[in-house]
Design a protein around this ligand. Structure first.
Ligand SMILES: Cc1cc2nc3c(=O)[nH]c(=O)nc-3n(C[C@H](O)[C@H](O)[C@H](O)COP(=O)(O)O)c2cc1C
Length: 184
């Protein structure tokens, strides 16, 4: 099974995107993957905004990317694209930080008008960073992500089924990639 880095690019302290990712992390863990969560908002702002390539938090994030076979990238849609916070980290990673990786792009947003933001905005950036395989992504409406009284994220039934499907496709793609790697 694979090591998966699960990256949330929301600056919000009560982020729906992060909650959604942590919910999906549990499914990946149950499938046998080692999942490492990374909230970009926990990286010091001076490192991200000052383009401090040598800052331990930036080199540490780079090492997590290097170690993972699979990367989940989650972002809120801001102004019809992915978040600036996510871009500030991606800009500080090596050009081919996603080389050989299987990537699952996910977005949350307030309107279906921007359901294609993953494909026209995020996917080209992931490709430019050398991703070996970008599996089908998914856009989830913010109103479909809630938190129950127990603090556990609750995803509306239709959205939950769609997300489970894309996560399972990602997991299957990771399995195929590891078989290919083992075959040399
Ligand atoms: C500054 C800002 C800009 C936004 N722009 C868009 C947008 O262009 N399209 C959209 O569908 N939702 C937009 N939204 C709504 C968020 O994408 C949505 O609520 C998302 O789930 C927030 O995720 P978060 O809680 O992880 O930050 C915007 C929200 C903010 C705060």
């Amino acid at each position: 099974m694979a090591t998966v880095l699960s990256v949330s690019g929301s600056p919000s302290a009560t982020s729906r995107t992060a909650r959604l990712l942590r919910h999906l992390d549990a499914r990946l863990t149950a499938q046998g993957h080692e999942v490492i969560p990374l909230d970009v908002r926990t990286i010091p702002a001076e490192a991200l905004l000052g383009a401090d390539f040598g800052h331990p938090a930036i080199t540490g994030a780079g090492e997590l990317f290097a170690r993972a076979e699979g990367i989940v990238i989650g972002t809120p849609v801001y102004k019809a694209a992915y978040s600036g916070l996510l871009k500030s980290l991606l800009d500080l990673l090596p050009q081919y930080a996603l080389a050989g990786k299987t990537v699952l792009p996910l977005a949350t947003g307030g309107t279906t008008a921007h359901v294609l933001a993953i494909d026209y905005a995020l996917r080209p950036v992931l490709s430019s960073m050398g991703a070996a395989h970008i599996v089908q992504g998914w856009f989830t409406l913010d109103k479909d992500i809630a938190t129950g009284d127990d603090g556990i994220p609750a995803v509306a039934p239709g959205a939950a089924e769609a997300l489970e499907r894309v996560v399972d496709q990602f997991s299957a793609a990771l399995g195929r990639a590891s078989l290919l790697a083992a075959a040399g």
